[in-house]
Design a protein around this ligand. Sequence first.
Ligand SMILES: O=C1O[C@H](COP(=O)(O)O)[C@@H](O)[C@H](O)[C@H]1O
Length: 242
Amino acid sequence: MIKIFSNEDEVANEIAKEMQWHIQNDENPVFCLASGSTPKKSYKRFSKEMENKQSRIKLLKVVSLDEWVGIDRTSEGSCYQMLHQDLFSLIPLDDEQIEFFDGNATDLKEECRKVDSFIQSNPITFSLMGVGMNGHIGLNEPGGAVLDHSSVVDLSKNTKEVAQKYFLQPTVLEKGITIGLNQVIRSKRVIVVMTGERKADIARKVFSNSEYRLPAQELLGHDHIDFFLDKDAAKYLEVLSS
Ligand SMILES: O=C1O[C@H](COP(=O)(O)O)[C@@H](O)[C@H](O)[C@H]1O
């Protein structure tokens, strides 16, 4: 289902509510969370709401969605560092509760195996996905296979350019490491979020019936997956409801 909200704050409130619901109600809450600009407000809101409910956070596990290959997790711009700043540092989460790709590891296949085996033993109960400007999910790029497992992928030109906004200085990015689209789809609940006018064009493409299938389109048509958009991102969509 597509849900359209008046603005980014409303989207963030709704997402924070869902995150809280899962942390309170999932027996073993396991979250797979996008980094990047889009979910920042949701994480801030969620961490505020959790201030008086910290005991449940002890039950939470967070698994990596994606990471840039060759970038250390302590570097500004790494997916881990963004999530650390936007969420991990705001709630009482121990390192043992986080399973994250090390994009700087020498054995990237082992990183994939490690995360896959974690997901196998700790099924994802809640996923929050952003959408890349080219329709990618995690770092599953357009034209890539719909995989049941994590993999190392070649980044598209668009992703390499857009991702520069995360780094303090121009950074060479060639590959990414990401969980597979089917691992996202198998989460118990998924919210895909697009906000702001800059996402309007990709939102139009995602909801159009083109023959070429974008990764974000693989998430359409599942009962447990909702797309949350604000009005700016939804400006080219015909169905404007909330
Ligand atoms: O490259 C990425 O982009 C998407 C969207 O990022 P945003 O900054 O526009 O929110 C993000 O969800 C994905 O995890 C990341 O790898």
